[in-house]
Design a protein around this ligand. Structure first.
Ligand code: TYC
Length: 119
């Protein structure tokens, strides 16, 4: 008796269906849209020895829409800990707020510094 092949022959694959599924129309595959939420940035204010506390509270009220109590708490936190978060915003808004604060500080002759960092 002749040797049997140990692996049976592989049958040919059926041809893939035509892209138009035989209907004369190409159907786009539905893909789940994944839109990442925009990256957020925190505006951080830094302590210094010269900017008056009242000016910092005014800045927090004016540019970060904080009420006087919250503004005072944030200012004191910065005063004691060296830095504090004024708010969290999209990139453009955070950059604009940093500019506004630095401009206001410079105009008033205070060395107040603030910056933005990825939240
Ligand atoms: N340390 C300042 C003072 O004693 C007050 C101050 C608070 C300054 C917060 C800057 O971001 C600041 N007058």
């Amino acid at each position: 008796m002749p040797d049997e092949p140990s692996v049976p022959p592989v049958p040919p694959r059926p041809a893939p269906p035509p892209a138009d599924a035989g209907q004369g129309a190409v159907v786009a595959e539905r893909k789940v849209q994944k839109t990442e939420p925009p990256r957020m940035y925190q505006v951080v204010m830094l302590n210094d020895d010269y900017t008056p506390m009242e000016f910092v509270v005014m800045v927090l009220q004016e540019y970060f829409q904080r009420d006087i109590e919250t503004a005072t708490q944030i200012m004191l936190k910065i005063h004691h800990e060296g830095r504090g978060v004024c708010g969290v915003y999209s990139k453009d808004v955070a950059a604009t707020k940093v500019e506004l604060v630095l401009t206001a500080a410079k105009r008033s002759g205070h060395p107040l510094q603030c910056t933005m960092e990825a939240a």
